[in-house]
Structure formats: C-alpha cells, structure tokens
Design a protein around this ligand. Structure first.
Ligand SMILES: [Zn+2]
Length: 806
C-alpha cells in the first residue's frame, strides 16, 4: 500500500546503491584509554562479517536535474562553504529519536546502549577533548535523544518495536521497509529518525541523501532517516570493538549532505563541483581501507576522514568545509530540525563582542567568556580609551584620562587627538581670585580672564577680591561686605570671612511705638517708654505712620491785655482771647495790647458798637486804644466835640471823611488835645465842620481856637476835611481867634504834630490867624488850603502867626 503511494507522490524512486566492498576489521585493535568495553556491552547476537559499507545516495542521482531542484550553497552540484556556515555562528542542537526494531529476541539495545552511540557521535561532531574525536574539528552540531515527542509528551527519545518482518531488512525499498518508516517515523522535519535493525544486504548502515535532486527525501518519512545495523551500534553491540560507533557518525554525515570522499574519483575538476564537492578533502579514486597512507590520485588519500572507508579507529575528522556543508544542509534542507544557539560571548582586543562557540572564538583570536555569557551588555574588557592631554609644559600627549590626571594635564575627552588641540595655555583668572592654567578658549568658556599664553598660576597673578565679612548694623541686621564699606555704613565689622548665616549680630532690644501725651511717637523699649511716661504699644509697632492718639489742636491765644497763651480754640474763645490758628506758638505771635473800641452814632452799621458817642469812647479808653467810628455825624454838648485831653488814643473812621463828620453845630470847638503823653493821639478820616470860634471858650492865652494842640501833645491828623470855620458871626467880637492853636507852656516840650492829606476851606476869620504856632514844629503834608479869609481888624491878621510862647 505504501509503495504505490510513495511512487505516486514523488514520481520517482530513489535507489540506494550499496558500497561493493567491506574491509575487514584489524585484529587486536583497541583504543587507548580502554574506551571500548565490548565485554560489558556486547550482545550475544548473530555475528556477521564486520563490514564497512554504506548505502548512501550515489552519484548517479546527481545527473538527474529536476525542475524542483533546490538551489543552495550545498545542493547536489556545488558546495559553497560561505562564512555564514562557519561553526562560530552558533551551535545546532539536534533532537534524535532512535527506533530499535527487534524480532523479539535479536536486536535489542538497552537505553544506555542507545545513549552510548549518541554520545560517541557527539564526541566526533564536537571534537570533544579526551575522547577519540578530540583530533577532529568541532562542527558545533550536538545531538540529543528527544525529550518531547511529536505530541508534546515527555519521552526518552527511544522506541522499541518487535517486528520480525521489519527487523530483517533485505532491501531498503521493500514494502516492509517503507512500512516501518512510515509507521515509526516521528515528524522527519523536526527529528532525526534513527532506525536500528538488521541490514541483510552488504551495508552496516545507509541513508538517503537529503540533497538528492528529486528533492523528495528531507522530511519525507518514506525515505528520510538514518539506518544502522544493530551489530554496529555504539560500543555496546557485537561489532563495536571494530566500529566503535563510527557507523552512526558516518551515516549522520550523509544525513547532513556529505558524500563519500571517494565519490567522484580522481577527476577533480573544480573541487566544489566534483568529487565529494568538498575542496579541503583530497580526491580519491577508491575507498580507503585500514589505516594506510594510500595515494590513489597523486595526493594523500583522506583515509582519516569520517566519510571514507578507512578503519574506524583511524577516522578522526570532518574537514572545515565538510562541516560548513553540513551546517548549510541544516539551514537549507532541514530548517526546522536543529535549534541554533549561541554558546557564549567572545571578546576581542578592541573590546568588541560577538557570540560564538568556544572553538570558534579561539579560531578568530577571541577570548571565550563561557557558555551562556552574552554580548548584551558588552562585558568584554575595553581597551584603554585615549584622548588628547595638554600637559603642564603645554605639550600634548594622547594618553588615558587617568594618566593625564596623574601628569597634571588637561584631558580633552575620550578619543580626542592632539592634532585638534592647541595646548598653548596660560593663567585664567576668576572673579574669586582663583587661577587655573587653561587654554584661552576654555578660560573664556569658563568665565575667566585669560592672562596670556605661558603665564602661570604660581605665584597667583590674579587680582584678589576684597575680603568681606559680616557687618552688623545697629538694628541687628547683617550684611556681608568689605570692612571699609561696613565702616562707611556705620556697621560693626566681624572680621574677614565672617558669615551672616547665621546672623552673628547682637540684636537691639525690642522696641515698639511709644506714645507721648502730646501725641508724639518714639520707637523705644517698653521700659524706656514707661519711664518717660509714654504709652507703650505692642512690640514691633512702628511710629510710621504715627499711631498715637492726637491731643486737640492748640494755638496761640491773644488776650485783651496783649498776653499770649497756647490754648485750644474753644478755650481761647471762652477766655475772650483771639485764637491765632492751630499750631501757632506764642513765640511766633505778637499779641497786640491795642484795645479797639467801636462807636456808632445810631448803631446802624454796628449794632454791637460800644458807644454812640466818640467822647464817651475817649473817656473810657486808655492810652493806645483804637476807637473805630462808624459813619454818621457826631456832636456833643461840651466845649469841644472831641476833647482828647492828654490821652494818646487813635480815633479813626471806618468809611472816611465823606461819611463821618465831627459837627460843632456853630456852638463849640472841634477838637482839643492838651497834655503830654508817651503815645500819639490821632484823628483820621473825618470831616470837621461848622465851628464858630466865638462860641469856643479859650483854653490858653485867652485865645479861642477851633482846634487846640497844647502842652506837648503829639498829634497826627490825616485824611481830613476842615471846613466852615468862622468867627464873628452873629455879632461876636471875634478877637484874635485861631483855627489851629499850637502852644506849650514854658518848660513843656512840643510833641510831634502833623497834618497829612487834609483840606482846609470855608475859613473866614474877622480877627486872628489861621494858625497860631508857638515854639513848635507843625508838619503839613499834602494839604490843600482854599477859601481861607483872614480879615485884618484892629490887630494884625495873617495865615500863620508863629510866636515865642511866653
Ligand atoms: Zn557511506
């Protein structure tokens, strides 16, 4: 059933052709070190003549070019041992399943015996030291008995089958062979199926090459697998002393695409396209035998190669190109089979790291870091990093940073080179007075001031900043400044370098606003405030603005008598004083002692006037008083309308002569001043009129006059109009009468007498003078005289009669 399926599926039959000859084992052969132990492992099995033949794929197949040919670096026609197939690129871990087929009594292999040949194969493929494979080349391909079966279940990687028909294999293409393969095979894409049974044709093992042009082997359970006769299995079977397990090594080489070294004979042509397609195996005309040094093609035969037929004990190697071809086959034809692992980190002198096998690392001169070590992160020792170092002598050297520091140089950074730096340097001064020798550009970058090339820092050429220290102000505040500045500010210098942090200054006593009764404020301690009778506010309170309650405003208050006192406005008014305004002081105010007396004839203009008679006011007044006269016509029933006597009072109208009159009503004199006084009597702003001198009784010298200024009185009359003064009217004699009589008794000095801005008119005297002036000076200033008639009668008549008083 299976064969037709195979034929129909693949269209052609792959025919293994057996090797014709089988060399005999060497008698008395043994390994050094007692590696083989046939007495323990050997089975009581039927002993065939030991044979070294193999049923691997023959060259005839290479002439069949199918359309489905896989083109690769390791196809049937070519080996391209590219770098990518080198063992340094990782290790393949390849799972195997060993199918032990017996007839029920013959062919059984214990698990230990199965494992034994797997181990031997690894010794050869990995060139493990201390084993027969140690002289070979490490292929970095390691085999192991599968631990997981195709269903994902745990397994020991060995199957046992009792089937006599399958066990006895007469032809690899007989139905029973196709049947056991398809029955027993685990997925050939993922496992190496190794069948151990009894091969009854002249072969100790056989394999269908996976790179057959039909492309119908790899992964095909009909053909794909390694077949080994149980009698050649490991060190534990009947012929193990002869084969030593190398049959499996050899067949695995075929399984991974290697041809026999004698495959193409001597016709080498292009070594990668003829013979065994491998260039580092010499061409060979026939299979080698024994351990001879044959030379079938003019060069030494590769009789030590695992893929030749030399005695197994002489077999010791796969060549590097064979290994690359096998790894290429794994990648190209059995991509699901092996797991590629990178055993460890390989460190190179330049500090770089690559994953590699131990041997691969050694091959490329690296240092292997051990299995499982990684390149990420890179733990490889790094070569020293050099950089440009500007030395103190301004030369440059490329050294390590640490060495540069040791030399006192200026390291310019990893990988910097001297060609990029001008090491010319000089002293660079910083604001704090420190000095560093560096390049001009570095100095600028660092904020220093370059002193010029080749200038040095020893001794330090940099200007030193003035020393500063804590400076304590009287208020306990602290500032760091120079001693000079501190002194200028009135502070107390604490010494160079003294810090304000913490504040070392003695703190002034706590003060607060202290309010005095006068509302003034001073910031002082509570004790000081209390001792000064003030009212202390809280600590820290300020006098700005003034928080103190302010007393009522006061000012100078002038009393009637001219005295001054500082009072409130209310108090001043209550005392009858005159308030001079807030905050005025008595020292700045001159209080007049003048007493003002007011007179209004009809109380019309000033109802509050003191009097309605001027004479009453004069009578009441003291010297120096001022008598203000409101408009009206004032008369009296006395000898004169106004009799000042000796009083030096000032009588003045409020509205001038045109509205205020002194009217004698033709029956009395106008004004009489008589007597000395320290002051001056004055009469300002009046019209004086209607005086008949004949009606005026004489005061002195029996001479009547309208106006008398007598006996040292000082008088000022201003802004006045004197009019209508006569005598003789109505038949009176009118002898020697005067309008103005100025005289003093003997021994009495005259006063100061003046008329200013006065007019005289309507004067008509039948006998006398306008003015009789004895021994005194009278000043008329800006006075106007008009209509003055002085008639001459019995006595001489003149305007002015100046005489010496007797
Ligand atoms: Zn072979």
């Amino acid at each position: 059933m299976l064969l037709p399926i195979a034929l129909s599926v693949f269209g052609q039959l792959v025919t293994p052709v057996l090797s014709p000859s089988a060399p005999a084992p060497l008698p008395g052969w043994s390994w050094e070190g007692g590696f083989y132990q046939p007495s323990e492992l050997g089975a009581a099995q039927t002993s065939p003549t030991p044979t070294w033949s193999c049923g691997a794929k023959l060259l005839t197949g290479r002439d069949i070019v199918g359309s489905n040919l896989i083109q690769s670096d390791c196809d049937s026609f070519n080996t391209n041992p590219a770098e990518e197939y080198d063992p340094t690129n990782g290790k393949y871990l390849v799972p195997c399943v060993v199918h032990v087929i017996t007839d029920g009594s013959t062919g059984f292999l214990s698990l230990g015996c199965v494992q034994n040949n797997i181990d031997t194969m690894n010794q050869d493929f990995l060139a493990l030291s201390g084993t027969p494979g140690q002289l070979g080349v490490d292929a970095q391909i390691e085999f192991y008995l599968a631990d997981v079966d195709p269903s994902g279940n745990p397994t020991n990687g060995v199957t046992y089958t009792d089937n006599a028909e399958w066990f006895q294999e007469a032809d690899p293409l007989e139905l029973s062979s196709l049947e056991y393969r398809t029955t027993l095979s685990w997925d050939p894409d993922r496992y190496v199926n190794i069948f151990v049974l009894q091969i009854n044709f002249p072969a100790s093992g056989y394999v269908y090459l996976p790179v057959d042009p039909c492309n119908c082997v790899a992964g095909n359970p009909l053909y794909d697998g390694v077949h080994v006769d149980h009698r050649y299995w490991g060190n534990c079977s009947q012929n193990s002393a002869w084969a030593g397990g190398r049959v499996l090594t050899h067949e695995m080489g075929h399984y991974l695409g290697l041809f026999h070294t004698f495959e193409g004979g001597c016709d080498s042509g292009l070594c990668s396209e003829s013979g065994d397609l491998i260039c580092d195996t010499n061409p060979e005309a026939d299979p080698a035998s024994g351990c001879g040094n044959s030379s079938s093609c003019g060069s030494p035969d590769p009789d030590r190669n695992y893929m030749d037929y030399g005695d197994p004990y002489c077999s010791l190697e796969f060549t590097p190109n064979q290994i690359r071809r096998m790894r290429c086959v794994l990648e190209s034809y059995r991509p699901q089979l092996g797991t590629l692992v990178f055993p460890g980190a390989c460190c190179f002198e330049d500090g770089s790291c690559e994953l590699a096998t131990e041997s691969g690392c050694a091959d490329v001169g690296g240092t292997y870091q051990g299995e499982g070590s990684a390149c990420e992160p890179n733990n490889c020792p790094q070569p020293p990093t050099l950089g440009a170092c500007c030395l103190p002598d301004l030369s440059c050297s490329e050294v390590e940073a640490s060495e540069c520091a040791t030399l006192g140089g200026d390291y310019k950074g990893d990988d910097s080179v001297c060609a990029s730096f001008n090491c010319a340097a000089g002293a660079c001064c910083f604001a704090n007075g420190s000095c560093v020798v560096e390049t001009e550009s570095d100095c600028g970058v660092n904020g220093g001031i370059y002193s010029g090339d080749n200038t040095l820092c020893v001794p330090n050429p940099c200007p030193q900043p003035p020393a500063i220290g804590a400076c304590c102000a009287s208020d306990g505040s602290c500032s760091e400044q120079t001693e000079a500045d501190c002194q200028v500010a009135g502070g107390v210098y604490s010494g160079d370098g003294a810090s304000c942090s913490p504040n070392p200054c003695s703190q002034p006593p706590v003060t607060g606003a202290c309010c005095a009764l006068d509302g003034s404020c001073r910031e002082q301690t509570e004790a000081d405030c209390q001792s000064s009778g003030g009212s202390y506010s809280d600590e820290g309170t300020s006098c700005a603005p003034n928080p103190c309650p302010q007393p009522p405003a006061t000012g100078a208050c002038c009393s009637d008598d001219g005295s001054c006192a500082v009072l409130t406005q209310t108090s001043c008014a209550a005392s009858g004083g005159i308030y001079q305004g807030d905050d005025t002081g008595c020292e700045a105010v001159v209080c007049s002692d003048d007493v003002v007396i007011t007179v209004d004839d009809d109380f019309g203009e000033n109802p509050q006037a003191n009097f309605n008679s001027i004479q009453d006011a004069i009578n009441a007044a003291s010297d120096g008083a001022i008598i203000l006269v409101y408009p009206g016509t004032y008369t009296e029933n006395l000898d004169f309308v106004l009799d000042f006597g000796s009083k030096s009072v000032a009588v003045q109208s409020t509205s001038g002569a045109s509205q205020t009159s002194i009217d004698a009503e033709w029956s009395r004199g106008l004004a009489n001043f008589n007597g000395t006084s320290e002051g001056v009597a004055s009469l300002v702003g009046f019209t004086l009129q209607n005086c008949d001198i004949d009606a005026v009784p004489p005061v002195v010298f029996n001479t009547p006059s309208a106006i008398n200024i007598l006996n040292g009185a000082s008088v000022e009359i201003a802004d006045c109009v004197v009019q209508d003064v006569i005598n003789g009217v109505g038949g009176a004699s009118g002898v020697n009468s005067l309008v103005l009589h100025v005289a003093s008794e003997e021994g009495v000095a005259c006063g100061q007498i003046s008329f200013e801005d006065c007019s005289f008119s309507g004067v008509s005297l039948e006998e006398g003078h306008f003015a009789g002036i004895g021994n005194c000076d009278v000043s008329f200033v800006s006075c106007l005289f008009s209509g003055i008639q002085v008639l001459e009668t019995s006595n001489s008549a003149s305007m002015f009669d100046v005489y010496q008083a007797s």
